[in-house]
Design a protein around this ligand. Structure first.
Ligand SMILES: Nc1ncnc2c1ncn2[C@@H]1O[C@H](COP(=O)(O)OP(=O)(O)OP(=O)(O)O)[C@@H](O)[C@H]1O
Ligand SMILES: Nc1ccn([C@@H]2O[C@H](COP(=O)(O)O)[C@@H](O)[C@H]2O)c(=O)n1
Ligand SMILES: [Mg+2]
Length: 205
């Protein structure tokens, strides 16, 4: 059993592999993360999914999260980090795929301060804007942000807030760019070789 250290640095995370998946709305991060998690036994933590779950719970932040998602805005970092931390601490795994976080420099800096770790690798799914819009508008999962008005706002946030995070990790040599156009299997075949280094289960040395 792993020990809980909510609101403090998480020592067991230092023994874990952390891989971040970045990309614009509809670039296919979530889809590829599910395939990676399944093939390589990673725990997939989608920041958006965690926030959507929190949004429909009875929690005090539900209305604020709903409004942020509807407007394509970034939810305050402490809230998202608390959800990610809770999910990590309730897992027995030592391999985490964090999908859609950090989404801003503020997210990144708060995560480093609160959790005290940096990702080992950042996968950046690059996709043309028209393709991302097409995918989002045909997603059909009942998401309140899957409409043209919100997608336009999310694309703006992607350029102004998300890309600086990718650029930051790129300067540290941590980013691997994936062309996200193609079939699911074609994209997964580009991702697969990167995970050979993470095939072992259990804590890292
Ligand atoms: N390579 C692909 N080709 C065509 N459609 C795809 C591809 N990958 C994913 N999709 C579809 O596009 C939609 C968006 O994919 P997905 O939810 O994985 O994107 P995302 O990057 O997680 O987006 P968001 O940031 O909005 O959560 C889904 O309906 C998915 O089935
Ligand atoms: N770090 C994050 C991640 C997401 N959000 C909010 O959730 C929305 C949907 O996220 P997806 O990853 O599922 O696309 C996103 O547009 C934000 O409103 C966030 O605030 N912070
Ligand atoms: Mg997603």
């Amino acid at each position: 059993m792993r020990v809980s250290f909510l609101n403090a640095r998480v020592p067991s995370l230092h023994l874990s592999w952390i891989i971040v998946c970045a990309g614009g709305p509809g670039s296919g991060k979530g889809t590829q993360c599910m395939m990676i998690a399944d093939a390589f036994k990673f725990t997939h933590l989608s920041a958006g999914d965690l926030l959507r779950k929190e949004m429909v719970s009875d929690g005090e932040n539900g209305a604020m999260i709903r409004n942020s998602i509807k407007e394509g805005k970034i939810v305050p970092s402490e809230i998202t980090i608390r959800l990610i931390q809770k999910a990590i601490e309730s897992s027995e795994n030592y391999k985490f795929l964090i999908d859609g976080f950090p989404r801003s420099d503020e997210n990144r800096i708060a995560f480093e301060r609160i959790v005290g770790v940096e990702p080992d690798l950042v996968l950046f799914f690059e996709c043309p804007e028209e393709e991302m819009i097409k995918r989002v508008l045909s997603r059909n999962q009942g998401r309140i942000d899957d409409n043209i008005e919100t997608v336009k706002k999310r694309l703006q946030v992607f350029h102004t807030l998300n890309l600086p995070v990718v650029n930051y990790y790129s300067r540290k040599g941590k980013v691997h760019k994936i062309n996200a156009v193609g079939t699911l299997d074609e994209i997964f075949e580009k991702v697969r070789p990167l995970f050979a280094a993470f095939s072992k289960d259990g804590p890292r040395n």
